[in-house]
Unconditional design. Structure first.
Length: 359
């Protein structure tokens, strides 16, 4: 993709991928989750705006598959944000309200929209060509992810002719957490792409001192760690698709977020101001990553991870105490309770969070 991309060029590239079958990825939890996440990471390495839209489409396809619903022709998005008290609502069979951070607002064909209903949130498959779907083109003013075609979208009594799953389906299905791992794969791809730019810059530089090499070494180590965790988490999901992946996915997202911030910290120190001044693609990729990775809620998500770990350890201790007189079997946690599917060496435990906002 050109360094001088636009929202139009990104959607054009996305349609090319759709036509070539490059968005026909394996469903998560079906035995090839690592293949799926590697494909998403590769798209992130290429361009984060493109990867953001691609991730939304393949997530929508996976959601429809979980609901045993048909995937209609065209490009999909998943619009679920309730930021700042906004959000869609379903009343009298019609979709109303405003949803923020709708990526692909002008270029997509359909969207799965989370809407509040009296009995809980429901997912509505919306035809975006309906004239009652209105976009606010001035609502996205950021430099980062400027080509993601993100905007506030208002639904003006759009008939909800296709509801996907029962109330609560979107956030309570197994794939909700798996999808969070897919987003982490895209972040990781964005980080990797930036470090690859750094390597090319250093290869062409007349002076590569020990400080620059130290920064590159630290970045390489961080990327390797997150890449290994991506693979291990994907393999764990495939090995135990019925187990709760909350701790493993939270840890993966935290690792990808921390690696991204390591990249954003060390990369400019390794390059100096030059490439960030004259290489538009370099500067754009850095701005994209800085904004996109904020889908991770920083300390709030880390606190949730800590809570899950503590609860799991407490549950393990209670089971061990309860089985103290019953031999070795009584002292061992039941897989899927305190001891989840996480690969050897990774944190074990249970729990899950349902509060990831999609940008």
């Amino acid at each position: 993709m050109s360094d001088h991309r636009t929202a139009t060029s990104v959607v054009h590239s996305l349609r090319e991928l759709l036509e070539l079958g490059a968005l026909d990825l394996p469903r998560p939890g079906g035995g090839s989750t690592a293949v799926r996440w590697e494909a998403l990471a590769a798209l992130g390495r290429r361009d984060l705006a493109l990867a953001r839209l691609a991730e939304g489409h393949v997530d929508a396809v996976a959601i429809l598959g979980e609901a045993d619903e048909e995937v209609l022709p065209g490009l999909y998005g998943v619009w679920a944000s309730k930021a700042g008290g906004t959000g869609a609502a379903l009343r009298d069979g019609a979709l109303t309200g405003a949803v923020r951070f709708c990526s692909g607002a002008h270029g997509l064909d359909r969207a799965l929209v989370v809407a509040a209903r009296e009995d809980g949130d429901v997912l509505v498959d919306v035809d975006l060509t309906d004239p009652r779907v209105r976009r606010d083109g001035d609502s996205w003013r950021a430099i980062g992810m400027d080509a993601s075609d993100s905007a506030d979208v208002t639904f003006d009594a759009v008939p909800a002719t296709r509801i996907v799953g029962p109330a609560g389906f979107y956030a309570n299905r197994p794939g909700f957490l798996w999808g969070g791992g897919g987003v982490a794969a895209v972040w990781h791809g964005g980080s990797t792409g930036l470090v690859e730019r750094l390597v090319r810059h250093l290869r062409g530089s007349a002076r590569v001192d020990e400080h620059r090499l130290a920064h590159l070494g630290a970045l390489h180590a961080a990327l390797r760690g997150t890449a290994a965790l991506l693979r291990a988490t994907a393999d764990g999901i495939d090995a135990r698709p019925d187990a709760d992946p909350a701790i493993a996915v939270h840890a993966l997202r935290a690792s990808a977020e921390r690696t991204a911030w390591t990249v954003m910290d060390l990369l400019p120190r390794a390059t100096g101001p030059g490439p960030l001044s004259w290489d538009r693609g370099f500067a754009q990729a850095l701005a994209d990553l800085q904004l996109y990775v904020r889908q991770h809620h920083a300390e709030r998500d880390l606190a949730e991870l800590g809570r899950l770990v503590l609860e799991a350890r407490r549950a393990d201790g209670d089971r061990a105490a309860g089985g103290a007189g019953g031999g070795a079997e009584g002292a061992r946690a039941t897989p899927g309770d305190g001891e989840e599917f996480a690969p050897q060496g990774e944190t074990e435990g249970l729990g899950e969070e349902r509060a990831w906002a999609r940008a």
